[in-house]
Unconditional design. Structure first.
Length: 116
């Protein structure tokens, strides 16, 4: 069982930066691929960024490529999403995801609001 708790969201202005954190409790955090997803009002959940279990590879949605960076610190059981040059269209609830071959877990999410 893995419990994920996101933090770091808030209200910012266009062009600002935020860093989201996702703290995991439970066993074998380092064996999970981690990802960030977001759901904007009235829209489906969409993939934002992902990082492999060993941190060796990352993947980004085209809409955030070059602005967002995902990283993980296995010593702290935490995955981060550094978000720069934020835009109003980045406004959403951001959730982290832990995925293995057999199972995946979701956090509750943290709200990010970008004002124009």
């Amino acid at each position: 069982q893995v419990r994920l708790v996101e933090s770091g969201g808030g209200l910012v202005q266009t062009g600002d930066s935020l860093r989201l954190s996702c703290a995991a409790s439970g066993r074998s955090f380092s064996s999970y691929a981690m990802g960030w997803f977001r759901r904007a009002p009235g829209k489906d959940r969409e993939f934002v960024a992902g990082i492999s279990w060993n941190g060796g590879s990352t993947l980004y949605a085209d809409s955030v490529k070059g602005r967002f960076t995902i990283s993980r610190d296995d010593a702290k059981n935490t995955v981060y999403l550094q978000m720069n040059s934020l835009k109003p269209e980045d406004t959403a609830v951001y959730s982290c995801n832990a995925k293995s071959v057999f199972i995946q877990y979701w956090g509750q999410g943290t709200q990010v609001t970008v004002s124009s």
